[in-house]
Design a protein around this ligand. Structure first.
Ligand code: UDX
Length: 451
């Protein structure tokens, strides 16, 4: 009898606290994970910072939303850059996060099974240790990007950054991680080196989490996942793409649905959809070359020009020229757009969510990575899965026109689409009952249910 009571006591621990980074590309998969876990019977608390918060909605029934008080203003993000901001935010927030967990423990009477935190919210681990709550990392980037961060952290940084000047070193394959090359480990567009290395040390070295969740499927990144399993010595759960398992809308910007009506009027597979995600900013010169190239390609296009995504504003006469063949919105319902039969290709900055969403709809891509790990994603799209082409160097209208034609009109694009469709089927099979991602989610749930 007492055993049964103890079991019941154990089973009662069903609350999961999620701690996302409150940026669109991180919030989206976190909320999907929350939904997937809530469908399996867990209660969910989302502990968010003060900026860009997701609000309660019908997509998240029963979710509790709490705010972690922050004393670092959001304006500091612009001044410090994302890397230094993250380091400072973690230092400053450690205490307020502990207070937040203490309050939750009082409220829920110790009923917290686990804290699942974004790898860049690592200061949560201190609270988890203090209150003896298990914690699990959720990396919202690809497995390969996670691995490249670990590898860079293991290298002698100074030696690496002097050696990497040499083009032979740049092309060298990282041991056991073909086709990842040393040049792919080079951080791009993330500001000065020292803070970046400090962040890597914080994220990787201080890790005490007991498992790691990755929003990927083993059919996409088998070798990187094997590396993680061997090197990290904690369970790795590749349970993605989560947007298929638990679709949930957590868009911070209002999606303009009028583009679906516009797509309804276009021929099948004729449209190129263009979006650079929620953060990238492009030079006006590049936007103008894109606009000319797109117009000259004679293909219809749907272009997301998010407010602030072009350094200076888009000239009026260009908007008129573009509107002949194109349709511009400030923010689109991206998953619906990619699933639309009129869409033939996706010009993307290769954020990991966009990459997964495109693959899951079998849409081939033009890759124009901006910063962070997008370069690694682009390399996989072009060289590993062969479902896209990368635009390198300065963007020029002739090159844009050719890329669009290669993707939408030429035989080459048709072959890429075929491969993309094969990949789509594999990815979908992995989240169905018995598939690798389905099983990985099951394993995670078993783990969360045991103390
Ligand atoms: C960032 C990084 O760039 C990315 O590489 C990292 O993995 C997560 O954080 P972001 O740049 O916003 O994210 O790109 P991405 O990961 O592609 O996420 C963008 C999300 O916004 C996608 O889920 C996409 O569906 C959504 N989106 C984008 C819209 O809903 N509408 C749009 O118009 C554009």
């Amino acid at each position: 009898n007492s055993e049964v009571k103890q079991m019941e006591k154990k089973q009662a621990k069903r609350r999961i606290v999620l701690v996302p980074v409150t940026l669109q590309g991180h919030l989206t998969p976190f909320m999907q994970l929350g939904k997937a876990l809530s469908l399996k019977g867990f209660s969910i608390t989302v502990a968010q910072g003060q900026f860009n918060r997701v609000s309660p909605s019908q997509d998240f029934p029963g979710f509790q939303f709490v705010t972690i008080p922050e004393s670092l203003p959001e304006s500091e993000l612009k001044r410090l850059g994302s890397v230094e901001f993250t380091i400072k935010r973690n230092k400053i927030n450690e205490a307020s996060f502990k207070d937040c967990i203490a309050q939750l423990l009082m409220q829920h009477g110790n009923d917290i099974a686990c804290i699942i935190y974004d790898e860049f919210m690592y200061s949560c681990e201190a609270a988890a240790r203090e209150f003896k709550i298990p914690c699990v990392i959720f990396t919202t980037t690809s497995a390969t990007s996670y691995v490249s961060r670990c590898v860079l952290n293991k290298l002698n940084a100074e030696k690496f950054f002097s050696d990497i000047e040499d083009s032979e070193v740049q092309e060298k394959v990282v041991e056991n991680l073909y086709p990842l090359r040393y040049k792919h480990l080079l951080p791009s567009g993330l500001g000065p080196l020292e803070p970046l290395l400090e962040l890597r040390r914080e994220v990787v070295n201080k890790r005490t989490a007991s498992a790691i969740i990755v929003n990927t499927s083993s059919c996409l990144e088998n070798s990187s996942l094997s590396w993680m399993q061997q090197e990290l010595k904690i369970p790795v759960h590749p349970l993605g793409p989560l947007h298929i398992t638990a679709s949930a809308s957590s868009s911070l910007l209002k999606q303009d649905m009028s583009c679906i009506e516009w797509l309804n009027k276009q021929k099948p597979r004729s449209v190129i959809y263009i979006s650079m995600g929620s953060l990238a900013r492009m030079e006006t010169k590049e936007a103008l070359e894109m606009a000319w190239g797109l117009s000259n390609s004679n293909q219809p296009f749907l272009w997301v020009i998010r407010s602030g995504s072009i350094v200076e504003s888009f000239p009026d006469e260009l908007s008129k020229m573009v509107s002949k063949r194109g349709y511009i919105v400030k923010w689109a319902p991206q998953i619906e757009v990619l699933a639309h039969p009129a869409v033939g290709g996706f010009w993307s900055h290769c954020g990991w969510n966009s990459t997964l969403e495109s693959i899951a709809e079998g849409v081939p891509m033009i890759c124009r990575p901006f910063h962070g790990e997008q370069k690694v994603n682009a390399m996989y799209i072009e060289s590993v899965w062969s479902v896209g082409i990368q635009l390198e160097g300065e963007v020029e209208r002739g090159q844009v026109e050719r890329a669009v034609k290669r993707l939408i009109v030429d035989e080459e694009g048709a072959c890429m689409r075929e491969r993309a469709l094969v990949l789509k089927e594999k990815v979908k099979a992995s989240v169905r009952a018995g598939g690798s991602s389905y099983n990985a989610l099951d394993e995670l749930i078993k783990y969360l249910k045991t103390d």
